[in-house]
Design a protein around this ligand. Structure first.
Ligand code: IMP
Length: 189
């Protein structure tokens, strides 16, 4: 069965392809020839995930899903949240974002945070949502080289390693995206 992941990210596509298994033939935006970025102008994760999936459905008329993720930090009132990708500015790097976060967190004793992912699926023209969440803390000094984004400063509850110190397999088992995708896969069967 065919399904499209509304993403340009090959790394994420491969991850999802493995989770879905051989029953599903997964294509992403590159495979469709969609080179342009899809607008993400909502101020919620759910809104952005829907916007991306709806764009693909309207343009290509295929079953598809999209994801959106944010890091919510308690002491910062939930920031960077839906703006996690561009926290330090429009064309910033992952390192810029981590540095900005550590600066904002300087001297803060409450270091609780969580990652949230929303996946929106449009199947046979109907919309479904799946959510995944992982709680943890923001550490003071980055550790580890694997992963991406805020991984070097996020330590999930119950672990002494950051996401950037874990193998991809270990991270996927407990991560926000891994959990949301697992729900999608269960639904798809
Ligand atoms: P996206 O919606 O998956 O593109 O995620 C938005 C932003 O959240 C990314 O640019 C990263 O900065 C951050 N992010 C998403 N997932 C992760 C993760 O698994 N680890 C660390 N940072 C992440």
């Amino acid at each position: 069965m065919n399904i499209v992941f509304a993403s340009h990210n090959q790394h994420k596509t491969e991850e999802v392809r493995q989770i879905l298994g051989s029953k599903w033939h997964l294509r992403n935006l590159h495979d469709l020839g969609q080179t342009e970025e899809i607008p993400e102008t909502s101020d919620t994760l759910q809104g952005n995930a829907l916007q991306k999936a709806q764009y693909v459905f309207d343009k290509y008329h295929v079953d598809c899903f999209a994801d959106d993720t944010g890091l919510e930090v308690e002491a910062l009132g939930g920031a960077p949240g839906v703006y996690s990708a561009r926290y330090a500015g429009e064309h910033c790097t992952y390192a810029d974002n981590v540095n900005k976060l550590l600066l904002e967190m300087k001297g803060k004793t409450n270091r609780r945070a969580c990652f949230k992912t929303v996946v929106t699926l449009i199947l046979n023209g109907e919309t479904h949502y799946f959510e995944g969440r992982v709680d943890g803390t923001i550490i003071e000094t980055p550790r580890g080289t694997d992963g991406f984004g805020y991984d070097p400063v996020f330590m999930p509850d119950g672990y002494t390693e950051t996401f950037a110190e874990m193998s991809a397999e270990e991270k996927n088992k407990i991560s926000h995206r891994g959990r949301a995708m697992a729900k999608l896969v269960e639904f798809l069967g």
